[in-house]
Write a protein that binds this ligand. Structure first.
Ligand SMILES: [Zn+2]
Length: 251
């Protein structure tokens, strides 16, 4: 691991990475992990990557977890990049099939990394608001890591997502309202309950997991990035993660 520090994405204030924390202590905006890229690049070479496991932990040098700590991994990442000639009229179109992740969505990437480092920094109860796949991903990775998952879901969340969380051992609370009401309830209760808030962009490390999507697309296309990447965004962590990956690779 070559993580140097956390830095506020808005005001630039530096924070210690080794303390469990959510947002900037000064302006309450998201924190970014700053990696010593020169040091990371000494061992993270294209040649060495070719010999490594398929999971996203192949990019270990740029991920936030000390080298001697076992990650909470279920084989996430390494999803296929498929050519889609029938969907594209004269365009060289490829589709990254993220449904092949362990919890059937790209949320697995962020949670594998964020749960691993949160546990390493002492968190024992992780909470997330979710109306879909993030809850299932947290439940799976918390189970893998041996920590508690608390998932707050709107009451009208699809039943499959609720069952998935419960079957994976998460404590599920159904809330009358929207996902923003679930997030507000976590904010209200987290101090009393001892929860660490894993909400999108409210902790620094889910984006680190998601950035591996950018590294993977580059590696799978033999380090020649496409002209355009179309990316569906909800919270937008995946999009920010890919931007961060390309920024790091450029450096
Ligand atoms: Zn700040």
């Amino acid at each position: 691991m070559f993580l140097k520090r956390l830095e506020c994405s808005a005001c630039g204030l530096e924070h210690e990475w080794s303390r469990l924390q959510n947002l900037c202590g000064s302006c309450n905006k998201p924190l970014f992990a700053i990696v010593d890229l020169a040091a990371a690049s000494r061992t993270l070479s294209r040649e060495r990557l070719a010999e490594r496991e398929k999971s996203l932990w192949r990019y270990r040098e740029v991920l936030p977890l000390p080298a001697d700590v076992e990650p909470a991994s279920l084989g996430e990442g390494g999803t296929p990049l498929l050519p889609a000639p029938k969907c594209a009229d004269g365009i060289d179109l490829w589709i990254k099939d993220e449904s092949l992740n362990p919890t059937q969505s790209f949320k697995a990437r962020g949670m594998s990394v964020a749960v691993s480092i949160a546990k390493h920094l002492g968190a024992t109860k992780l909470a997330v608001p979710s109306a879909g796949n993030a809850g299932g991903a947290l439940a799976a990775y918390a189970a893998r890591a041996g920590v508690e998952a608390h998932v707050l879901m709107p009451r009208d969340t699809p039943r499959a997502n609720i069952v998935e969380c419960r079957e994976l051992g998460a404590h599920v609370t159904l809330v009358d309202g929207l996902i923003t009401d679930c997030a507000a309830e976590i904010s209200r209760r987290k101090a009393n309950e001892g929860w660490f808030d894993m909400s999108t962009l409210k902790e620094p490390y889910r984006v680190e997991g998601k950035k591996t999507l950018g590294y993977e697309v580059a590696e799978q296309l033999k380090w020649q990035l496409p002209n355009v990447i179309l990316y569906p965004a909800g919270g937008g962590t995946g999009l920010i993660g890919m931007w961060k990956a390309f920024d790091e690779m450029e450096a």
